[in-house]
Design a protein around this ligand. Structure first.
Ligand SMILES: *Cc1c(COP(=O)(O)O)cnc(C)c1O
Length: 390
């Protein structure tokens, strides 16, 4: 069973016995419906008319002038819900509906995936439960309120540190006793097979569109594609459109948190070691005893101690490169980019932009780079104001 969903030595299917049939059902339904004309037409309609796909590819002229090379921005911040998460919850929500499920559950950290799931729950008329660490419920009260407005129940988790990894533990535990009528909508390209494959599939329009758009706009492929990496879904979405184009460099940017020198980082691929967590084998932030670390970054959406198995494989194969940037530089870039472009980026997405700022003057003026703007920063205005007031 653990041979399924392997990406090199990574990924797999390390779950309690009772979940195996549920995951196999989801895999079978996914394989059946992903090419089913009615399912595809339904999902395309939702992507287009509900969520606002295709999202634009925007040439950021003032930011480009600042860094000294050509930067195109893939505008997932304009997607309904304010981030790429909607692509995934529409896809998995529709799949749950087609499978005849009556209930959906999800985990959430910053509340973005919880909100995107609550929106899908309302849209598809599915009873929705969101598992969220009690600390995060406090920190993200606006998103909690929005989830409730959509009709979802928010379940605060006090176990452990009361954050994302504890919420996932409890969501998985709940699922083991409700597998019959409940679909677990996982939020990123992690977890047991088939989630990494499913989530990548539903995020792949980002890359497919960007590939077409950049060719149309510039007549050639970009030199590089850059995206932030938490669990890795927005990066996998945009990378998937360019992975076969060997000359296009793929760069994933992780949070270094307060700085690598203090040891308080959240850069899983840059600083992690291999282990098994939440049902899959990947790089992990853990100590010598295998105890998984709390991560600490200014952007709650990147605070996850594991990372998608396909990213682990791409790293080891040298196909993608992973780097990290520190909180203080992310804050500077947040201000810089907003002032130059009038677009407020999510702190998560700002990690990708920060790496570009650090390359200022290092590439020729005709170098073309696409950065995935995974979400908008409205949710982060308060945090930024606290740390670096205008
Ligand atoms: C959740 C989130 C992320 C991190 O998740 P990935 O699976 O790594 O994409 C990045 N950006 C935004 C705006 C998010 O909401």
């Amino acid at each position: 069973m653990i041979e399924k969903g392997r990406f090199g030595q990574f990924g797999g299917f390390y779950v309690p016995e009772v979940l195996i049939p549920a995951l196999e059902d989801i895999e079978a339904a996914f394989l059946h419906y992903k090419d089913d004309p009615k399912f595809v037409a339904d999902l395309d309609n939702l992507y287009k008319n509900y969520a606002g796909r295709p999202t634009p590819l925007y040439y950021a002229s003032r930011f480009s002038e600042y860094v000294g090379f050509r930067v195109y921005i893939k505008r997932e911040d304009l997607l309904h819900g304010g981030a790429h998460k909607t692509n995934n919850t529409l896809g998995q929500g529709l799949l749950a509906k087609y499978m005849g499920k009556k209930k959906i559950i999800a985990e959430t950290g910053a509340g973005q995936h919880g909100l995107a799931t609550a929106m899908a729950g309302a849209l598809f008329g599915l009873e929705t439960k969101i598992f969220m660490g009690a600390v995060d419920v406090e920190r993200q009260s606006v998103n909690v309120h929005k989830m409730k407005l959509c009709g979802a129940e928010v379940v605060p988790i006090t176990a452990g540190s009361g954050t994302l990894k504890d919420a996932i533990n409890d969501a998985l535990r709940y699922w083991t006793s409700h597998v019959e009528d409940t679909f677990y909508i996982f939020g990123t390209v992690c977890g047991p097979h088939p989630f990494p494959t499913i989530v990548k599939h539903f995020q792949s329009p980002i890359g497919k569109e960007a590939h077409e758009q950049v060719l149309k706009e510039t007549g050639s492929l970009p030199d590089m594609v850059v995206a932030c990496v938490g669990g890795g879904s927005n990066a996998m979405g945009i990378f998937s459109g360019f992975i076969d184009d060997k000359d296009v460099k793929l760069i994933g940017v992780e949070p270094a948190g307060h700085g690598l020198d203090t040891g308080e980082h959240a850069a899983t691929l840059v600083a992690g070691t291999i282990g098994i967590f939440h049902g899959a084998k990947s790089y992990l932030l853990q100590d010598k005893e295998g105890q998984v670390h709390e991560t600490e970054s200014i952007s709650a959406g990147l605070d996850y101690p594991a990372v998608g198995p396909e990213h682990c494989m791409l790293k080891d194969a040298g196909r993608a490169e992973y780097v990290s940037v520190e909180d203080k530089d992310v804050l500077d870039t947040f201000h810089l980019f907003t002032k130059l472009e009038g677009i407020i980026p999510a702190l998560e997405s700002t990690h990708a932009l920060t790496w570009l700022v650090q390359q200022k003057g290092k590439f020729s003026a005709d170098t073309t780079i696409i950065a995935n703007l995974s979400g908008r920063g409205d949710k982060d205005v308060g945090i930024v104001e606290e740390h670096s007031p205008v």
